[in-house]
Design a protein around this ligand. Structure first.
Ligand code: TRP
Length: 325
């Protein structure tokens, strides 16, 4: 039987190239393998940090639109909104009682957020328990995640094991499919990761051909003449070479050979073309979906309808095993 794959996409506002290569593209590639797939928009997870309520609904909806526009296919994957399936939260409560607070306060992401000045609300602390429930409510066996989520996934395994030991074998111990997200740096400051907070150096998936061209042309490089790949010494040009490599399924070394004798300006205009070619179908799909919101709503409803009976069955089993009536 096909293994069960579960993954959550956290809504994060306008997506950029780094997000795209890190999660969406991988999700689309994984669709070609034989898994039973559950993908949801992790709206509950996006409430743990301070946010504007007036912008939230749009952000959640557009994350779903972006996932579909990037090629996540409702015929191949069950796509839905996390909070539409109440069993995620119900199972979180059960798991809370077999999870130690000490373990949660040792989570790197939690510690980082608190160090950045976030008020440590209970939701922020409990974030990885909800994540375990997300996965295990579908008895997920494989979970595509970036490196930053490995510690959380390890906790999901601990929770599954603890539950099984105490209440009888119920859950698999989910394994990571590590998505190797390339470290895409800001075009404006190649020492920093690409992020929407430096928008000049950020390639948004919605940028037009003209904007892409301008941003790439203005990308910081150095005073050398030859294209090369040396992220330590020549971070600017190396970042551009890496982007080119990722989008054309080639390697930086191959590209350095290919562009031997070619100047920065010509390389940049070629790169802008490659980026636009990748983003264009996304932009077009996105526009179509935003013009047909009811279609998106229907896809999400159909996804929830497929996911719900699976989650309900797990929760019924859990209730029985833990002694609820
Ligand atoms: N925490 C994940 C992130 O920040 C998102 C997420 C929520 C998730 N629930 C999940 C990922 C379950 C995989 C499985 O990216």
């Amino acid at each position: 039987m096909a293994k069960i794959l579960v993954s959550g996409l956290k809504p994060s506002g306008t997506l950029h190239l780094g997000n795209y290569l890190g999660m969406l593209k991988q999700a689309v590639v994984l669709q070609e393998k034989s898994y039973r797939r559950f993908y949801f928009i992790a709206d509950y997870h996006s409430l743990t940090l301070k946010y504007k309520a007036s912008e939230k609904a749009k952000e959640i909806f557009e994350m779903a639109v972006d996932a579909l526009a990037a090629g996540l296919d409702p015929k191949k994957s069950t796509i839905f909104i996390q909070s539409h399936i109440k069993e995620h939260a119900n199972l979180t409560w059960i798991f809370n009682n077999i999870t130690s607070v000490g373990e949660l306060t040792r989570m790197v992401e939690y510690k980082e957020k608190v160090a950045q000045g976030q008020v440590p609300n209970a939701g922020l602390l409990d974030y990885p328990v909800l994540m375990a429930a997300d996965i295990l409510v579908y008895k997920g066996e494989v979970v595509p995640v970036g490196e930053d989520q490995l510690q959380h996934l390890e906790l999901s395994r601990t929770i599954a094991r603890t539950f099984n030991n105490r209440f009888g074998k119920t859950f698999p111990e989910p394994k990571a499919i590590l998505t190797k997200a390339p470290r895409i740096m800001s075009l404006a400051d190649p020492k920093q990761k690409m992020s929407k907070s430096i928008s000049r150096g950020c390639l948004f998936l919605t940028d037009s051909a003209k904007v892409i061209k301008e941003k790439v042309a203005a990308a910081q490089t150095d005073s050398h003449k030859e294209i090369s790949y040396d992220p330590e010494k020549r971070p600017g040009i190396s970042n551009l070479v890496l982007i080119y490599a990722e989008l054309t399924n080639s390697s930086p070394i191959q590209l350095v050979k290919k562009f031997k004798g070619v100047g920065y300006r010509e390389f940049k205009s070629e790169l802008a073309r490659v980026i636009d070619k990748e983003f264009k179908p996304f932009r077009e799909n996105r526009k179509k979906l935003l013009a047909n919101k009811s279609k998106v709503v229907k896809i999400l409803e159909a996804g929830a309808k497929q996911a719900r009976p699976v989650a309900e069955a797990t929760m019924a089993e859990v209730r029985r095993k833990v002694g609820l009536i």
